[in-house]
Ligand binder design. Structure first.
Ligand code: AMP
Length: 137
């Protein structure tokens, strides 16, 4: 596997570009998607350098999935939603656009989702949601 050190999420992890962070620990980072498919669309990524799900060892993956659980729980409690779509794309052939493993948590019904990476969201609204979600974490 050749990991692209300059992919956008690697830059976010290094602090080279900003993000609306909602949670961080030694192994993972969670932040808002800026082209949300629904309000509260959050991304969870491992700090481990993996492009797809096949590139991360299981002992690293468990930290990521633990954060996915935490963030999902925070989305449900803060936004008052009943359901959360968990989505994860592997490879350009599947539509993956950022080559660093990530899990999309989208608190909306599958049939109501906006287009994938289609339109920049309202940054003030995203910032306010990030504050609300991070307060629960
Ligand atoms: P994927 O197509 O599964 O690789 O998803 C990449 C996601 O990253 C898309 O939903 C984009 O909206 C999102 N995205 C791209 N650039 C940024 C960024 N700078 N900050 C937050 N989310 C981003």
């Amino acid at each position: 596997m050749s990991y692209d050190e300059n992919n956008i999420f690697a830059k976010i992890l290094r602090g080279d570009i900003p993000s609306f962070k909602v949670y961080e620990d030694d192994y993972t980072l969670a932040f808002m998607d800026i082209m949300p498919q629904a309000d509260g669309h959050t991304l969870v990524i491992p700090k481990f350098k993996a492009e797809t799900l096949l590139d991360i060892p299981a002992d690293e993956l468990i930290h990521t999935m633990t954060t996915v659980q935490k963030v999902m729980s925070a989305l449900k409690s803060t936004l008052g939603v009943e359901g959360v779509v968990l989505m994860q794309l592997n490879g350009e052939a599947a539509g993956q656009t950022v080559p660093h493993l990530h899990f999309h948590l989208i608190p909306e019904h599958l049939r109501k989702l906006k287009g994938h990476g289609a339109e920049q969201g309202d940054m003030e609204k995203i910032k306010a949601l990030a504050q609300k979600i991070s307060a629960a974490l």
